[in-house]
Design a binder for this molecule. Structure first.
Ligand SMILES: O=c1ccn([C@H]2C[C@H](O)[C@@H](COP(=O)(O)OP(=O)(O)OP(=O)(O)O)O2)c(=O)[nH]1
Ligand SMILES: [Mg+2]
Length: 156
């Protein structure tokens, strides 16, 4: 059973009139597909902040993450350079989807095309507590590949 849905207020901007609101394609989908409010062609290796014609009021304590659609990524090299894009609960401007075309061919987007998906997530805030000494761990300062690449015992 999914958790109860969180209500997210959505306001249509003039250029968002007539478009479907973001929605889940299936019952178990994690992300709501969001559509483009504009016709635009993104050249190979170019990027564009695609208008959605929507502005949101996300309840405090939540965020919306903007994620790529894997079909567009695999077939056309269309992804988000900032994935997951972060929509703050206090942002009231237009939701935009920053797309980058990593494919070789220009990619044509038509108004109404599904371009990305929106995942609603709770936000755990933190607080920085300054100290002089940190506790010791097995990893220590090792990072950036310090534990190697293959699992011990892997045959291929
Ligand atoms: O893919 C995205 C990412 C962000 N935003 C909007 C909503 C978000 O709340 C705001 C700021 O985003 P972020 O904090 O990632 O950008 P920034 O470069 O840090 O800008 P700012 O200084 O406005 O926080 O921009 C979008 O519409 N789409
Ligand atoms: Mg910011």
């Amino acid at each position: 059973m999914p958790l109860p849905a969180v209500d997210i207020e959505v306001k249509r901007l003039p250029h968002g009139e007539g478009l479907p609101l973001p929605g889940y394609a299936t019952e178990g989908a994690a992300g709501m597909d969001v559509v483009s409010a504009e016709d635009v062609t993104i050249d190979s290796m170019a990027r564009h902040a695609v208008a959605t014609g929507l502005a949101l009021a996300i309840p405090a304590g939540y965020e919306v993450q903007v994620r790529p659609r894997s079909g567009l990524a695999l077939k056309h090299g269309i992804t988000l350079p900032n994935t997951p894009g972060t929509i703050d609960s206090d942002y009231r401007g237009e939701l935009k989807v920053i797309l980058i075309n990593l494919g070789a061919a220009p990619f044509e987007i038509r108004r109404g095309d599904r371009i990305a998906q929106l995942v609603v997530a709770p936000v755990q805030t933190g607080r920085m507590v300054e100290v002089d000494v940190l506790d010791e761990t097995a990893r220590g300062a090792g990072g950036f590949g310090s534990t190697g690449f293959r699992m011990e015992g892997a045959t291929s």
